[in-house]
Design a protein around this ligand. Structure first.
Ligand code: COA
Length: 205
């Protein structure tokens, strides 16, 4: 998808949207915040920590490199229409990035595609769940209709997170892929029936 596509609808962020927040996970406490310019080295280090399985789960193929230019693009998305979050832990040399969750607005401006990746040593402690919860909150505040993702049929961790979060899971057109969809807007209440006109009372004969 081309992020510079002019047909994409630009949305203003909700007021005070997503200030950095400290979250306690099972094994560490870390800061969850929007990615921004300057996060490129952390993103590159994070990318180079991925195993082939992780790369395949995240990208659907074995992406081999994270060039400085690509890292720059990925941390400098337009956060008023897309949303890219990272979970950072304090470390002696600075922050270390342990997880990324993002959504990318579709050309229709009504829906967005989700993607997650969590460092292998940091899994099973709620990082993806926390990122999904925040991304859903932002998408709802911006009035999006739905969030969706394509997930490999064997990716039980990701499917479990989506299932517990209320996504519907169905076979995608692409073989071996599940399409997960979360509608965000409450269904409209059934249109109120117009009050029945009372038939004029029959005259008694
Ligand atoms: C899929 C992926 C993002 C999940 O990340 P994660 O941070 O481990 O996910 P969570 O911790 O939120 O949830 C995973 C499991 O941990 C459990 N969990 C969550 N919080 C927990 C806690 N505090 N203590 C113990 N377990 C916990 C969840 O219940 C869930 O269990 P389940 O799968 O049995 O239902 C991660 O495995 C990953 O990066 N995979 C490779 C990339 C990928 O496949 N991306 C998906 C592309 S859309």
């Amino acid at each position: 998808m081309n992020p510079a596509d002019p047909t994409r609808i630009v949305r203003a962020p909700a007021a005070g949207e997503l200030p950095p927040q400290v979250a306690a996970f099972k094994r560490i406490t870390a800061t969850v915040r929007l990615l921004h310019d300057g996060d490129e080295p952390q993103l590159q280090e994070f990318f180079h920590s991925h195993t082939p399985d992780t790369l395949y789960g995240r990208y659907g193929c074995l992406v081999a490199t994270m060039t400085p230019e690509r890292a720059h693009q990925l941390v400098n998305v337009d956060q008023t229409r897309d949303c890219a979050l990272g979970i950072f832990a304090a470390a002696p040399g600075g922050e270390v990035l342990h997880a990324v969750g993002r959504y990318c607005l579709d050309p229709d401006g009504r829906s967005a595609e989700l993607a997650f990746v969590v460092r292998e040593t940091m899994r099973q402690q709620g990082m993806a769940t926390t990122l999904l919860r925040l991304l859903t909150k932002v998408a709802r505040a911006r009035g999006l209709d739905r969030l969706w993702a394509q997930v490999n049929t064997h990716n039980s961790d990701m499917l479990g997170v989506f299932r517990r979060h209320g996504f519907t899971l169905a076979a995608d057109r692409e073989p071996g892929v599940v399409r997960a969809v979360l509608p965000l807007q409450a269904a409209a209440p059934p249109a109120a029936r117009p009050a029945r006109k009372r038939a004029p009372a029959r005259r008694r004969r």
